[in-house]
Structures are given as structure tokens and as C-alpha cells.
Ligand binder design. Structure first.
Ligand SMILES: CC(C)(COP(=O)(O)OP(=O)(O)OC[C@H]1O[C@@H](n2cnc3c(N)ncnc32)[C@H](O)[C@@H]1OP(=O)(O)O)[C@@H](O)C(=O)NCCC(=O)NCCS
Length: 330
């Protein structure tokens, strides 16, 4: 049976980002846990991360990223009709970060929901926004990826604390006759969800006991193996499904989890590493914020340009994957 045709009426019309001022370098990490700059760079590609101030929360990062977008594009937000925020580290579970944004920016009647799909959150939110625009009811949607992972990181666990950082990015999507999204791909491996989690009310996942400290816990080796085996399969699935080849890509934007994962995926798929956009070196793993931060860095360096063919690929806790093939319209 032929695949149903992918439909899109979404166009990207503005973009913004924010990272907190405080820098936590690998040298600083050496003062917190037994580690070294050499080990961290070699195993992860991370040089430093940004850390939110004690009284700075996820909602503050969302507001700052949106203000940055307004300053760059002069975007009018009063007529936004839906707000989606992807985050695993909101300052409150409810109200949602998206409801806080509605109030902060004086947006009128609109929908507001936070999306929890861990590091695949931003791409998942873009996919959902495309669906909302397709209904014909919605015309202008704010999609935010924002994290204050430093507030849920266990700084006594050297295998995880060296990875994570804070930041936020925002995309404004508007309905257009010809959408810029070309195709999407999703996959979930819930049977492996206990390999990467943050505990909440229950003390077990998949029948396995979990550490109930509210911090990020992961089996790094298992997550690594999962990512390097899943991503090449997902990449060839999305490219084949929509009639493209990896050689057609101008940019591959994987979640900035770890440079070694990205190198391995590039090697397996034949995507040149030079064609990847990442935020890992400067910001570490910022979960739902890492893809918008990578896009923001690429815009500031004038690397990405209008019309470029871009593959976004989020993956992480869940374990979830969400990919989107799109034309860059900024
Ligand atoms: C976390 C990660 C960097 C650890 O690298 P690794 O090569 O798998 O390391 P291991 O856990 O096998 O440990 C190797 C050794 O380094 C040590 N080590 C772990 N963390 C260390 C650190 N920060 N500094 C120095 N040594 C460290 C371990 O204790 C171990 O020592 P041993 O061999 O004496 O027992 C890696 O597993 C990884 O990147 N996983 C994916 C994580 C990820 O991206 N998660 C997010 C997905 S969204």
C-alpha cells in the first residue's frame, strides 16, 4: 500500500533563543566531581554548559527566548492561537509553561499545552503544530523548547552531571498555502524507558525499581547503544519514505546528546559531519532546547540559509525519536 501523502501548511517565520549567563566549564566540573577536561571532551565533545541562576526557572528562559525573537523579527504575538512548550524541567507541572507565556505576552484566546517527550520534545511539538495548522482552525503557533536541567541534575554522579545544561529556543510557525515541512518520522522504545528517567510519583518502571530522587538517572552505555543503532534506521526510513537521499541534505540537526553518538551516526549513514549543526560544545546536552540552540548558532554564523533542506532528529528519554524533514524558510 502506498504511504499517505504528507501534508503541511506550516512555515517558519521567526526564531529566537536564550542561554543563561553563567558558564560551567569542564575546568569547573573538575572542582565538582572527579573528572577531567580531556575525558569529557573525548567522550562527549562538551567544553562548557550554561547554568540558570538560582532564581531563574524554565518559564524565565522561555520568556527570554521569545523576547530575543521579538527583538530580531519584530514578531507580533497577540494573535498567536496556540502555544506549545517542550520541556522536562518546568518550574511547575501546572500551570504549564505555555499558559505562563500566554499571560506574560498578553496573548488573547489561545490554546496552551506543554509537551513532555524529553529530548525529542521540540521536534514532536513542531509535528503537532503542523497538525494543528492543517485543521484550518489555527494560523499562528509558538513552539518553544526550554530546559533548566541543572535543577534536576545529580552533581554527585559524574557519569551524568558532566552532560547537562540549560537554555531555550523558540520558533514561530504560521499557516501558509505551501508548507515547508516535507515529512516526519516517529518511533518509541518504551520497553527501554528505565534506562533514562527522572522519577516522579512511582518507584518503578517496566517492573524495575528506580531511584526516587527526582534527578536525571541514566544507564549511559545502554542509551548510547540504543541511539547509535536506532538513528541510522530512522534516517533511512524518513529519507526513503519522502524520496530523498542523505546526499540531498544541506543540514542534519540531531539532538546534541553527545558528539560521539553524532559521529557514529554520521559514519553509518554517510552524512558528512561537516553537514551537522550542533550545540553540544558550547551548551552541552540541553534536551528539548538543543536543536533550536543548534539552529540559532547556525543562523548567527550565517551557515543555514533560505531554501536549505534540513533534517531535524530528536531522540532521548522515553525512549523517543522524532524527526522532521523541512525547508528552511528564514
Ligand atoms: C555517559 C557517557 C559519556 C559515559 O561514557 P562511557 O564511555 O560509556 O563510559 P562508561 O560509563 O563505560 O565508563 C568508562 C569509565 O569512565 C569512568 N567515568 C565515568 N564518568 C566519568 C567522568 N565524568 N570523568 C572521568 N571518568 C568517568 C567510569 O567510572 C568508567 O571507569 P572504569 O572503566 O574504571 O569503571 C556515555 O555512556 C554516553 O554518552 N552515553 C549516552 C548518554 C546520552 O547521550 N544521554 C542522553 C540521551 S538523550
Amino acid at each position: 500500500m502506498q504511504e499517505p501523502q504528507f501534508m503541511s501548511h506550516a512555515t517558519l517565520t521567526a526564531f529566537g533563543a536564550y542561554v543563561p549567563e553563567r558558564v560551567l566549564s569542564n575546568a569547573d566540573m573538575e572542582q565538582i566531581v572527579e573528572t577531567s577536561d580531556e575525558w569529557i571532551v573525548q567522550r562527549t565533545g562538551i567544553h562548557e554548559r550554561r547554568i540558570a541562576a538560582e532564581d531563574e526557572y524554565c518559564s524565565d528562559l522561555c520568556f527570554a527566548a521569545i523576547r530575543n525573537m521579538q527583538a530580531r523579527y519584530g514578531s507580533v504575538l497577540t494573535d498567536v492561537d496556540f502555544i506549545l512548550v517542550a520541556t522536562s524541567s518546568p518550574d511547575t507541572f501546572f500551570p504549564s509553561m505555555s499558559a505562563r507565556i500566554q499571560a506574560e505576552f498578553g496573548i488573547g484566546a489561545c490554546g496552551a499545552a506543554d509537551i513532555q517527550a524529553a529530548c525529542a520534545g521540540f521536534v514532536t511539538a513542531l509535528q503537532l503544530a503542523n497538525g494543528l495548522l492543517l485543521t484550518g482552525v489555527h494560523r499562528k503557533i509558538l513552539v518553544v523548547g526550554a530546559e533548566t536541567l541543572s535543577k534536576i541534575t545529580d552533581y554527585t554522579d559524574r557519569t551524568t552531571c558532566i552532560l547537562f545544561g540549560d537554555g531555550a529556543g523558540v520558533a514561530l510557525l504560521e499557516r501558509s498555502d505551501e508548507g515547508a515541512f516535507i515529512g516526519s518520522y516517529v518511533s518509541t522504545s518504551g520497553e527501554d524507558s528505565h534506562q533514562l528517567y527522572r522519577s516522579s510519583l512511582s518507584s518503578s518502571i517496566n517492573g524495575q525499581p528506580i531511584t526516587p530522587n527526582g534527578k536525571i538517572i541514566q544507564n549511559g552505555r545502554e542509551v548510547y547503544k540504543w541511539a547509535v543503532s536506532q538513528l541510522p534506521k530512522g534516517i533511512s526510513a524518513i529519507m526513503e519514505r519522502y524520496g530523498y537521499d542523505t546526499a540531498d541534505l544541506d543540514w542534519f540537526v540531531p539532538h546534541s546528546a553527545n558528539m560521539r553518538i553524532i559521529d557514529s551516526v554520521c559514519e553509518k549513514t554517510g552524512i558528512p559531519v561537516e553537514k551537522t549543526l550542533t550545540s553540544i560544545a558550547a551548551y552541552g546536552n540541553t534536551s528539548a532546547a538543543s536543536i533550536p540552540l543548534a539552529l540559532d548558532l547556525a543562523m548567527k554564523e550565517s551557515r543555514i540559509k533560505t531554501g536549505d533542506l534540513v533534517l531535524l532528529y530528536g531522540f532521548g528519554g522515553g525512549l523517543t525519536e522524532a524527526a522532521l524533514l523541512m525547508r528552511w524558510t528564514l
